[in-house]
Design a binder for this molecule. Structure first.
Ligand SMILES: [Zn+2]
Length: 463
């Protein structure tokens, strides 16, 4: 049989085991797998010495287009994701302008995204004060989940994203429970973090450690508990984004053990940069919730090793350099968001699998299988027959130093610059097509396709 592509001699990471085998791909799908597979193909890739894994399914990316394309765009952002070993992602409803909280705004985003993506993408809709009546139309238009903010966010610009009040959170959950959609939540207590920040600024305390101190772990735990309670009342499926503390992980796992439909993600920066290192790195490592102490980071790693963290996401949230480096050096004023998606798979494979002996199967479930299943991206997330051939080759024995000149980001900065990583993505395939090669860089055209929710009225059953 003639295949389009064969990947030979690699070590394949499945969801439960690891095995040497060949993979055959036809029309973008994985169609055959075996040791020494018989057959011919238009293209044969030798993966000797490399791990063959499903590409990362990054459930938390801020592309910012339309409206803030000068922060990051679909083209530059999806190139960086591809080079980092990500094959599909879900774009957040903020920081684009307008935020994706209505069908009209969604249509603007779809138009902006068309023909620019190098990997496949899906969209979140926003839940904000005043858009309860728009949730249904966003679902019909194909969003795969919703996102809300319990911490203060947004600007005074018309159309910008707004954080939620408890009443809207409650009513929104009721509606989303009806629609059977997952609500992703940024969980931090807005009132306490805002007031602590004001107190700090009043006292002239504006350093990195002052910023960290203004968002203590209990403010994350408090918001998590409140959202869990409302989730229990309403029956809404919940997903907690970028959880930064083992205490919050514990609350979520307890709720799940008691029967609640809830998942959580964390991000590479919480595992690889401490609050103390944030002081040295400066604004590039500012994010909310903030980076934590070494003691807390160790506790989060314990939760990771015990498989209590369902998925890793980048929370790639870039901005122009002038928003990071203000003359005042006031950490409360600079933009909070970390640019890092281009090194996520390498970095976390090195830290988790190589250094801490986390099983590679667990790692693959965390970067690919679990997010694909949670957000119902049915063709994604796993090396298996009939799944999309979204495949990365990873060389576990290659080392490199992260360099500015290699970034595909619109703005070539990241807290990982100059970091040495002992692992490297060497090839990224999306539906069987090579989009990134370590030697050649980004290859070919932007072939990324929109993934619609299966609840969408536009959804077409794949043949
Ligand atoms: Zn985010």
């Amino acid at each position: 049989m003639g295949y389009d592509l064969m990947i030979r001699n690699g070590t394949i990471v499945f969801r439960e085991n690891v095995k040497k085998a060949d993979i055959a791909i036809k029309n973008g799908k994985i169609v055959a797998m075996a040791e020494c597979l018989i057959g011919t193909a238009d293209q044969i890739v030798d993966a000797t010495g490399q791990l063959v894994m499903p590409g990362m399914v990054d459930a938390h990316v801020h592309i910012c287009e339309p409206g803030r394309t000068e922060w990051e765009g679909f083209e530059s952002g999806s190139k960086a994701l591809a080079a980092g070993g990500t094959t599909s992602y879900i774009d957040m409803p903020l920081n684009a302008l307008p935020a994706t909280t209505t069908k009209e705004a969604l249509e603007l985003k779809l138009a902006a995204a068309k023909g620019k993506n190098y990997i496949d993408y899906a969209l979140y809709g926003g839940l904000v004060p005043g858009n309860l009546q728009n949730l249904q139309e966003l679902s019909d238009a194909g969003v795969v989940a919703y996102k809300c903010f319990m911490a203060t966010c947004g600007s005074d610009l018309p159309g910008d994203f707004k954080n939620i009040d408890d009443f809207t959170l409650y009513e929104g959950m009721k509606k989303l429970a009806e629609l059977e959609h997952v609500l992703a939540i940024h969980a931090e207590n807005a009132e306490i973090t805002d007031r602590l920040a004001l107190e700090m600024i009043k006292q002239g305390k504006t350093s990195a450690s002052d910023f960290v101190a203004s968002r203590p772990i209990f403010t994350e735990v408090d918001a998590v508990k409140r959202a869990l309670l409302l989730g229990k009342e309403t029956g809404c499926k919940l997903h907690f984004v970028h959880i930064s503390s083992a205490d919050a992980v514990g609350e979520i796992i307890t709720a799940r053990n008691q029967g609640q439909d809830v998942t959580l993600e964390s991000c590479p920066h919480y595992f690889t940069i401490t609050a103390r290192q944030f002081q040295a790195i400066g604004p590039l490592a500012k994010c909310s919730p903030p980076l934590r102490s070494k003691v807390e980071q160790d506790k989060l790693w314990e939760a990771f090793k015990q498989a209590k963290i369902d998925m890793l996401t980048s929370d790639h949230s870039p901005c122009p350099p002038e928003m990071k480096f203000s003359a005042t050096n006031n950490m409360f004023e600079v933009w909070g968001g970390i640019s890092g998606c281009q090194n996520n798979v390498d970095l976390m494979f090195d830290e988790a699998v190589k250094k801490r002996k986390v099983p590679v199967t667990q790692f693959v479930r965390m970067i690919a299988t679990n997010p694909a299943e949670r957000f119902n991206l049915r063709a994604k997330g796993e090396i298996a027959i009939s799944k999309d051939a979204d495949i990365i080759l990873v060389d576990p024995n290659q080392s490199y130093v992260v360099k500015t000149e290699n970034y595909y980001y619109r703005h070539k900065h990241s807290p990982y610059t100059n970091r040495k990583i002992d692992c490297r993505v060497t090839k990224t395939f999306v539906r069987g097509q090579l989009v990134y090669d370590l030697d050649e860089g980004i290859v070919g055209k932007p072939i990324g396709q929109l993934i619609l929710s299966q609840k969408s009225s536009n959804y077409i059953v794949p043949s």
